[in-house]
Design a protein around this ligand. Sequence first.
Ligand SMILES: *Cc1c(COP(=O)(O)O)cnc(C)c1O
Ligand code: SF4
Length: 336
Amino acid sequence: MVQRIPPSVQTGTWRRELARATRTAEELTAALGLDGAHLPAPGRTAEREFPVRVPPAFLARIERANPDDPLLRQVLPLAAEEREAEGFGTDPVGDLEAARAPGLLHKYRGRVLVMATGACPIHCRYCFRRHFPYGDHRPGVRDWTNVVEAIAADATIEEVILSGGDPLSLDDGTLADLAARLDAVPHLERLRIHSRFPVVVPSRVDEALLRWLGHGRLKRIVVIHANHPAEIGPEAAGALARIKNTGATLLNQAVLLRGVNDDAEILKRLSQRLFEAGVLPYYLHLLDRVKGAAHFEVEEAQARALLEALRAELPGYLVPKLVREIAGEPGKTPVA
Ligand SMILES: *Cc1c(COP(=O)(O)O)cnc(C)c1O
Ligand code: SF4
């Protein structure tokens, strides 16, 4: 079946959309009709360290004049980020120790993670990479050869995960070239892409992307990142349907966040909404303890109780795995 692609997602439109992203807290609150009196204290230092970035499609999903909107909470810098909190550091998951080659992390058996770029379409305040020195680990085009050679030299690797930052920040020519080079490595079976683009900039899923994603020997898996059902509007659902049509497997990972999705009813609706869009829930991550994100943390006991409530309400395939990342462990650690 040939799928019709709406004119708004013709090749390259997404670059223009990204260029129109909101880049300051002031612009963001003005666009939403929010005034300071109704908002928690702003995080000006936090904003300088990790600037605001909200693409138009995500902004459009935020409810006007609601300071507690769960999507707004993910992107608005608050003074709470500037409070020191015990146990919250700058490399909570031990990534800096796991680099194999510049941009290549090999922590788990059979899978390697390629930090394809440091750029993201949106800046999530809880992000565990907010302090990561991307500059030192970002492979320039020159380094793809080193990455591909390191993968080709280790026959225990079956799956390559393109991550970042967000790998779909790269242009499709680069991605098509990398995918083709990985296709040619005989011991690889799967190519996985971790991206928030289909949710936050749905126009990214255009013809040029579908062309390389839909071809090649490796099985494709696209793991999206949505934390709240309101993130998945009609445009995102359309983007997900286009990905699904290429034959890729679609999964979601979410982070359990206080004030965003720490509620059984919201998590249930997230799973249902994902399923409607052809996506299965994969992981629900306990927050990585990154400096500046302590106010998002949900207690482990509450997280377990939320999972129990979900299990009582949903078929097993709609219940995500609750996990925590512990530095040095051979995989994500199950919590419940
Ligand atoms: C999370 C992660 C993976 C993928 O783990 P899965 O359990 O296969 O989803 C691989 N490598 C690194 C470094 C990771 O952090
Ligand atoms: S890496 Fe993911 S969670 Fe972090 S800022 Fe980028 S899109 Fe958000």
